[in-house]
Design a protein around this ligand. Structure first.
Ligand SMILES: N[C@@H](CCC(=O)N[C@@H](CS)C(=O)NCC(=O)O)C(=O)O
Length: 203
């Protein structure tokens, strides 16, 4: 995608995996952008000004030079990555990538990101956390570990948006109290994808 210098403004919270997806893809593809920090914890997504831009009151949101605005992390990365090698050229592999992107939003993010937020940021004691949530996280990580048992990447043999979207919160699993040592293929994949994206290992 060709974009002028900083023709793109990303409104995001740097603690959010959904927002970091945009950074990972833009950095990987050399797309220049300005990052405007919007704090979820400080409720900066609830202001009338922010809601005028995204009525859903959520980050990430991006604004293009022509003032077009786009929300939903996976819609944004799909748009930024159009025509790049982050989207498989083969139609069936592309469909597999979509399969993982939809699964990430419906099953993975609502488990791991939510548990992480409640434990790490809201500091909720376990007694106040829905007991089903850690079980859903374990099921999600087991599914991923099984898939990765004989694969280096989620789709095909190279990095795709499926890996970017899924690594965004998986790399913070420890902050949700989840131990990736129990999921060794997931742990190795996280390291691999962080290295490919040239990002620091999440502590
Ligand atoms: N499905 C959306 C989820 C966005 C989302 O949940 N954003 C959170 C931060 S990760 C947020 O802005 N929360 C603020 C709020 O709901 O008030 C996406 O992938 O972009």
């Amino acid at each position: 995608m060709s974009l002028d210098n900083a023709a793109l403004t990303v409104y995001g919270d740097s603690i959010s995996g959904n927002c970091l997806k945009i950074k990972f893809v833009a950095d990987r593809l050399g797309i220049p952008y300005d990052w405007v920090e919007v704090s979820v914890l400080a409720k900066e997504t609830r202001t009338p000004e922010f809601r005028a831009m995204n009525p859903a009151g959520q980050v990430p949101v991006v604004r293009f030079a022509n003032n077009n605005v786009l929300a939903q992390s996976n819609a944004i990365i799909l748009h930024l990555a159009e025509g790049s090698d982050l989207i498989p050229a083969d139609a069936f592999e592309r469909a597999q990538m979509y399969q993982w992107l939809f699964w990430e939003q419906y099953s993975h993010e609502p488990a791991i990101a939510v548990l992480r937020f409640q434990k790490h940021y809201l500091k909720k004691p376990d007694s106040e956390i829905d007991a089903a949530l850690p079980k859903r996280c374990a099921a999600v990580l087991t599914l991923m570990n099984n898939h990765l048992a004989d694969r280096s990447h989620f789709v095909g043999r190279t990095l795709s948006l499926a890996d970017v979207a899924l690594v965004a919160y998986t790399r913070f699993a420890h902050q949700a109290g989840l131990d990736l040592a129990q999921y060794p293929d997931v742990r190795a994949w996280v390291r691999r994808i962080e290295a490919e994206l040239k990002i620091q290992h999440a502590q």
